[in-house]
Design a protein around this ligand. Structure first.
Ligand code: GDP
Ligand code: MG
Length: 280
């Protein structure tokens, strides 16, 4: 499957395929171990997962089926932190079955923290952040990659730009999102209709210039990361997607919204204090 694919697109020989990209065996793979990969896949799919024992297996099955159909090399990095359920056990079963799937574990909670760890460990040319509930069908990843899309640095899935569609979202959640977006545009990054969707693609070298400067470990990390990207002049595009509302959100509407508002101010303050200036 994926080995055959490697022979085609990347033009590497089967020996190389056997010996390189899939050295992700083992159960709980930590960041340092992932970095022992010898060659880089084309795509890394990074899945933050917190209490996802129910939703994740079906999603990983769909991701695997999708990747098996592609003619490029890929890896999947699941980042689990602070789950109270058996998320890690569920992922370990996939890690044992598929050498291109690995897991990072961290004790402290936070989606932002999980994404940062995953991004900095991943090896793909394109690094794709992907919510565990697959509220965007995984097939739409193709919209973020050549040949469909090229000539960009950061591509963010959008539920708001022309061509996008939302399915099944409660009106109150949509409204909350619009108010938050208004504040994002006012206080931090202008020009984007939807900064919060859980599907974003970064060119690797761009991600490595941005994520080390990320300080927000919770839900507001998207804004901070886009703020840094925007500040550095990277080309950011919004990609219209089909998005399906999934129940059982880990977001607590009131508490997390207030925290995220504080995080918008933190981004401003950090910038003022020079936190995002490149350290050479
Ligand atoms: N690793 C990790 N993932 C998290 C954490 N909080 C949320 N997530 C993940 O973030 C993604 C989005 O969460 P979800 O509940 O679907 O949020 P919503 O789509 O905004 O309602 C899912 O993949 C969650 O498992 C966390 O503390 N750690
Ligand atoms: Mg969701």
């Amino acid at each position: 499957m994926i080995k055959r694919a490697c022979l085609g697109w990347r033009q590497c020989d089967s020996q190389e395929a056997n010996e390189s990209a899939w050295h992700l065996n083992g159960t709980t793979t930590r960041r340092e171990e992932i970095s022992t990969l010898n060659s880089d896949p084309f795509l890394s799919i990074i899945v933050p997962a917190h209490n996802e024992e129910q939703r994740l297996p079906g999603s990983l099955d769909r991701i695997v089926a999708f990747l098996e159909e592609q003619d490029y090399e890929a890896e999947v990095v699941v980042v689990e932190n602070a789950s109270q359920d058996n998320t890690a056990g569920v992922v370990e079963e996939f890690v044992a079955r598929y050498p291109f799937i690995s897991m990072i574990r961290e004790e402290r909670q936070g989606k932002g923290l999980a994404v940062k760890l995953g991004i900095l460990a991943a090896r793909g040319e394109y690094l794709f952040i992907c919510d565990a509930d697959l509220s965007m069908p995984i097939e739409e990843v193709a919209k973020f990659l050549p040949p469909a899309l090229d000539d960009y640095d950061v591509a963010i899935a959008s539920r708001e730009v022309q061509g996008a569609r939302r399915y099944g979202e409660p009106v109150y959640r949509h409204l909350m999102g619009r108010v938050f977006n208004f504040l994002v545009r006012l206080l931090t990054v202008p020009g984007f209709q939807d900064t919060q969707c859980g599907f974003k693609c970064f060119r690797r070298e761009v991600a490595r210039d941005i994520f080390p400067y990320q300080t927000i470990e919770g839900w507001g990390f998207d804004v901070e990361v886009l703020f840094i990207a925007h500040k550095r002049g990277y080309r950011i595009v919004e990609v219209p997607i089909n998005w399906y509302y999934m129940a059982n959100s880990r977001v607590s509407p009131i508490k997390d919204t207030l925290t995220m508002l504080g995080e918008l101010l933190k981004v401003r303050l950090n910038d003022w204090r020079g936190v995002y200036a490149r350290v050479s």
